[in-house]
Design a protein around this ligand. Structure first.
Ligand SMILES: Nc1ncnc2c1ncn2[C@@H]1O[C@H](COP(=O)(O)OP(=O)(O)OP(=O)(O)O)[C@@H](O)[C@H]1O
Ligand SMILES: [Mg+2]
Length: 287
């Protein structure tokens, strides 16, 4: 058992409402001197036990950089990302990650994809299949256990990735644009699945997205980021009732939240667009 495991067992599960993930004054700069790009600029917020928080911002504002720091994939940064008072500088056993890119193993069936993390830990076949079946059911893929990824749609493959992450029972679920490649209808329906899973597991979740509807549909709070350098512009509370379904998308309150956050985002997105147009013009002049 690692010291981290010992610590979390002794400490037990924090109460609902306690911060489990603390992002404190995080700064990340790439490159040196004149070439330096500050991707994340003094970002602070926290995620409480059982809470669903989305980070939204225009392309290039540092969302994936933040995701990689929290997931321990980018060890060098300033400030602190803390889980159980421990500063993150590498992958943490409490964190499960779901990536934007397709990440299923094409040579493994659905059940062997989902059971993979348990196989790595040496869990016996019957037990790992039992647990994998539970999570396959939770993401709505009952009956697809023996299929291979090439026989599934994009949305189904993303559900396999989510089940494979959940099977390890991570305390904190981190997702970076998991539905970005999907069409709007599939997104909304998958959003329903995510909400159901959240209700059942009370999973603490941080979702990175640039999709406004998705952020409002799923979240308790939304962290709105500025265009480069990525700072926190505002943290919005989403007081929509739970349990939620995608029906909420038609409500007045939903429209109100979307409009409010779009106001913040529009400024940032247009700043990003102007900047890329300037770069393109400068490139044409010099090219
Ligand atoms: N490894 C790296 N080396 C140098 N610069 C990087 C690196 N990773 C990211 N950047 C820069 O940091 C900034 C933020 O990038 P990041 O990928 O975090 O943005 P993002 O918000 O996830 O964008 P998108 O919505 O397009 O995924 C960008 O200017 C990017 O060019
Ligand atoms: Mg990104």
């Amino acid at each position: 058992m690692t010291s981290v495991e010992t610590k979390s067992r002794v400490a037990g599960k924090p109460e609902t409402g306690q911060p489990v993930l603390i992002i404190d004054d995080v700064v990340k700069t790439f490159g040196d001197a004149e070439e330096a790009v500050t991707a994340v600029d003094h970002v602070s917020f926290n995620v409480k036990q059982g809470e669903f928080v989305a980070v939204i911002g225009p392309s290039g504002c540092g969302k994936s950089t933040l995701f990689n720091i929290i997931g321990g994939l980018l060890g060098e940064y300033d400030g602190n990302v803390l889980i159980d008072d421990e500063r993150i500088s590498g992958p943490h056993p409490s964190v499960g990650m779901v990536f934007q890119e397709e990440s299923t193993f094409p040579w493994r069936s659905v059940i062997d994809n989902v059971a993979f993390p348990l196989e790595l830990r040496g869990v016996a076949k019957s037990e790992r299949y039992d647990r994998a079946r539970h999570f396959i059911g939770l993401v709505g893929l009952d009956g697809f256990e023996k299929r291979f990824p090439s026989q599934l749609s994009g949305g189904m493959k993303q559900r396999v990735s989510i089940a494979r992450t959940l099977v390890s029972n991570p305390r904190i679920l981190l997702m970076d644009e998991p539905f970005a490649a999907l069409d709007e209808q599939t997104r909304l329906l998958l959003g329903d699945k995510i909400t159901q899973i959240q209700q059942e597991l009370k999973q603490t979740t941080l979702l990175i997205t640039h999709n406004l509807t998705e952020a409002v549909q799923l979240s308790d709070r939304i962290v709105v980021m500025t265009y480069r350098p990525g700072k926190v512009k505002r943290i919005a509370d989403i007081n929509l009732p739970r349990p939620r379904t995608s029906d909420v998308v038609g409500s007045d309150a939903f429209g109100h939240y979307v409009a409010e956050i779009w106001n913040d985002l529009r400024e940032e997105a247009s700043r990003g667009m102007q900047e890329s147009e300037q770069v393109a013009r400068a490139d044409r002049r010099h090219g």
